[in-house]
Design a binder for this molecule. Structure first.
Ligand code: BJW
Length: 241
């Protein structure tokens, strides 16, 4: 347990936090990349080559997210509670495109890899809320033109969202938590080094198993997110900030 005053917290979450809510991770044996090739669905080149396949991939995931079976779990709820009760600054950066953190009540939240429930028009740049299937025929609610809509997510080779805000928060944080991410994808995988680089951040990994960069974390706690995250939040809040 950190003994220092950790009032400014940055939390990074990945697909593992939503696994027990019924959403697949990417790189586990039963994960998304075991079923589809990322080169065919998660790059701008794939979308240019075969937009129908890319739309179908995200339409299926959007429908899954809307199904009654998917709901925030105890880990999402614990992070929302932490934000509500923590006396200092807290920024929750998620790589996830689901809306489970919002549904659990998190508000200080940044979706660095975008949001499944938003669409973006490549013609006029309008970003809009999007809950239906998307296709080449979909019209933009801003410019009304069809043919330019894409899901508002970050594919390989594209710049993640909010990087300036994230690096600024990492530079001043005193506690960095990484939850449910394999540490395979940059720039998120480099956040632990950024936080360490500020000279005072305590770094903690909470995951099912050691991630790629596990040795970079000072504290490591392994187990299902619904067990380890509520327990860690309880300890943080119990300490009285
Ligand atoms: C549980 C659990 C339970 C399971 N409880 N835990 C060499 C060096 C540096 C960079 C690069 C490089 N070569 C290429 C790059 C760039 C590239 C990259 O990183 N490639 C790597 C493959 C090497 N990155 C990019 O292109 C990014 N853009 C970029 O770099 O721009 C330039 C730039 C540079 C510097 C600063 C700023 C910008 C964009 C990356 C976009 C990633 N997009 C995706 C798809 C998004 C949309 C979608 O969802 O479809 O994002 S890929 C996919 O991976 C998705 C995820 O957000 C991301 C991370 O995955 P995550 O969340 O870690 O999931 P998993 O499955 O990998 O891990 C789950 C973990 O949970 C596991 O550890 C389990 O054990 C655990 N777990 N059950 C707790 N119950």
């Amino acid at each position: 347990m950190p003994q220092h005053d950790s009032r400014s917290i940055v939390i990074l979450t990945g697909a593992g936090i939503s696994k027990e809510s019924g959403l697949d991770t990417f790189r586990d044996a039963d994960g998304i990349w075991a079923k589809v090739r990322l080169e065919n669905v998660a790059t701008p080149e794939a979308f240019a080559r075969d937009p129908a396949t890319v739309h179908a991939f995200y339409n299926a995931r959007r429908r899954g997210l809307a199904s009654g079976e998917v709901a925030p779990n105890a880990a999402h709820a614990a992070l929302a509670r932490l934000e509500a009760e923590w006396p200092g600054e807290l920024l929750l950066v998620t790589q996830n495109i689901d809306d489970l953190h919002e549904r659990a009540g998190s508000r200080s939240l940044l979706h660095m890899h975008g949001e499944l429930l938003k669409g973006r028009c490549e013609s006029c740049g309008t970003v809009s809320s999007w809950h239906e299937d998307m296709s080449l025929e979909s019209a933009c609610p801003g410019c009304y033109l069809p043919g330019g809509m894409r899901v508002h997510v970050v594919w390989f080779g594209e710049m993640p969202f909010g990087m300036e805000r994230i690096y600024a928060a990492l530079a001043r944080c005193s506690l960095f938590l990484s939850i449910g991410t394999s540490g395979n994808v940059y720039p998120a995988a480099g956040f632990v080094q950024e936080a360490r680089g500020n000279g005072r951040a305590h770094t903690v990994e909470l995951n099912l198993e050691p991630s790629e960069g596990h040795s970079l974390f000072e504290e490591r706690i392994y187990g299902p997110a619904t067990d380890v995250v509520p327990a860690y939040v309880e300890r943080l809040l119990g300490r009285g900030g």
